[in-house]
Write a protein of this length. Structure first.
Length: 210
């Protein structure tokens, strides 16, 4: 009962599959960046000077219970001036690399929307949400979007898809540049401080769209 021609339906399906592949690519890239940033978080925690421990609060116990104090945390080995300076430099390098990765990630997923509902419209959508809404518009709908799966995609929709793919290609290039130029140098510094290197997972190069 669809009013569209076979050619229109064929183009609609191909466009939806293309959008779906792009959504998966963006998700994979964000997951890869998050995995790398999680490793950086662990490194930064190790390198930061220890915080002053607060006085432990006494444990509440019922009568007759024996109180066993928690074992004391093992003190960190003392560092000489050179080692302290080296760790401070490595910590700054870790923080700088994390900021660079976060800047790349925020071009795919709006940082302000990562932990909130998108109805607040606190800032423009980035590639991931733009693709989700475009998928609803070209497909069977979503939210307050009716969808148009029974018709061929409009020129505007196809142009938007090409624009989003161009943005994705730019993000992908910048991320791979960080992995090629920044990560090896940082891992070398980690090894010099007897710390484990970071492991990056990179998906294969995306196929070019016709």
């Amino acid at each position: 009962r669809s009013p569209a021609s076979d050619a229109d339906i064929d183009l609609s399906v191909k466009t939806l599959l293309r959008i779906c592949d792009n959504i998966s690519r963006v998700s994979d890239t964000v997951n890869q960046i998050e995995w790398l940033r999680k490793q950086l978080e662990v490194v930064e925690t190790m390198l930061r000077p220890p915080k002053k421990q607060e006085k432990a609060k006494p444990t509440l116990a019922e009568g007759g219970d024996e109180y066993e104090p928690e074992p004391a945390v093992a003190p960190r080995p003392a560092l000489d001036e050179a080692q302290t300076k080296q760790r401070a430099q490595l910590l700054k390098a870790a923080e700088d690399l994390d900021k660079k990765l976060q800047a790349i990630e925020s071009r795919l997923v709006s940082q302000a929307l990562q932990n909130s509902d998108d109805k607040y419209f606190v800032e423009p959508y980035k590639v991931y949400l733009n693709l989700l809404w475009l998928n609803a518009e070209v497909g069977t709908g979503g939210g307050d979007v009716a969808g148009s799966a029974d018709f061929a995609p409009t020129e505007t929709q196809l142009q938007l898809l090409s624009t989003f793919e161009t943005e994705m290609a730019g993000v992908d290039a910048d991320y791979r540049k960080v992995l090629k130029d920044d990560l090896p140098a940082f891992n070398h510094a980690l090894e010099g401080s007897n710390l484990a290197s970071l492991v990056a997972v990179v998906s294969s190069e995306p196929a070019k769209q016709e």
